[in-house]
Design a protein around this ligand. Structure first.
Ligand SMILES: [Zn+2]
Length: 283
């Protein structure tokens, strides 16, 4: 292949009045020049694109850095909250163990993971520990409520501070005549008008005169236990009323089959009279 010997001839005038000058350049020179110019242009474009890329990477880096710092701060907050929560759960764990002991609950479920002793290090484990603890505390609560109900609804003490004129069981007919009868309660002699209090928490199921009892108040407690307070001069409660131990139900009197002011006090278990003096000792 032979070299291109053709020329490009350029005509030009240095000034508007000067003569035309002629410049002949080999065609290959022009081509080479054009290539150089194109390469320069490509280089410049490449450089500009590179610069833009670097700038965009820089922007991305800065935003990632900001994001990372924010995450780090969030993580610190999270770590602190987690530690606090862990501490609280550990505290409640100790408290619930203590309460369980006081409630005589030996069989309380141990939590799977003890939070206090190094314990769970993940939120899931902490969550599980909290669930187990909640269940445990509920059990203790149920037990304590049941215990409280049981204790407060068992008759305790006497409805009045008086001396026992007649005990529970067979006795001579107090109305005279020499016959014997079964006395299904105890008689407590007191001054007329002495306030009479219920011996346990319960529900008033009778508050009206009732044959030989005179003015009678009957209170249902729980587990089939009922108490009766007879010969009252006045009743101060109504049927359906809930009352607490010690709460007044009326005043002592001598209504009904009675020979003088006293309170006939009776405890019935499933409607069978039992000896109230056995319960009185608990107080
Ligand atoms: Zn009696």
């Amino acid at each position: 292949m032979s070299r291109d010997k053709r020329l490009y001839t350029f005509l030009f005038a240095p000034t508007s009045t000067s003569r035309m000058k002629k410049l002949s350049v080999p065609r290959s020179f022009v081509k080479a020049g054009a290539i150089v110019v194109l390469l320069g242009l490509a280089g410049a474009i490449y450089g500009a694109v590179r610069l833009m890329n670097v700038e965009s990477i820089n922007i991305k880096y800065q935003s990632a850095k900001t994001e990372n710092e924010k995450l780090k701060r969030d993580n610190d907050v999270y770590k602190n909250s987690y530690a606090k929560l862990k501490g609280q759960i550990s505290f409640i764990e100790d408290m619930s163990k203590d309460l369980a002991r006081q409630a005589n609950m030996e069989q309380v479920n141990e939590t799977d993971q003890k939070v206090g002793s190094g314990g769970p290090e993940t939120v899931t484990a902490l969550d599980k520990a909290a669930d187990s603890l909640e269940q445990q505390v509920r059990l203790i609560g149920d037990r304590l409520r049941a215990d409280h109900l049981r204790l407060t609804s068992i008759p305790s003490g006497f409805p009045v501070q008086g001396y026992i004129t007649d005990g529970f069981g067979m006795r001579r007919n107090p109305m005279g005549g020499g016959s014997h009868e079964f006395h299904d309660g105890i008689d407590l002699a007191v001054d007329f008008g002495t306030p009479v209090g219920a011996t346990a928490d319960g529900l008033v199921v009778w508050a009206a005169p009732y044959s030989g009892y005179g003015n009678l108040v009957a209170v249902f407690h729980s587990n089939g236990v009922t108490t009766r307070y007879g010969h009252l001069s006045r009743i101060t409660v109504e049927p359906g009323q809930r009352i607490k131990r010690g709460e007044q139900i009326g005043y002592a009197g001598s209504t009904g089959r009675s020979t003088g002011p006293h309170v006939h006090y009776e405890i019935r278990l499933n409607d069978q009279p039992i000896d109230p003096s056995k319960y009185a000792r608990q107080q």
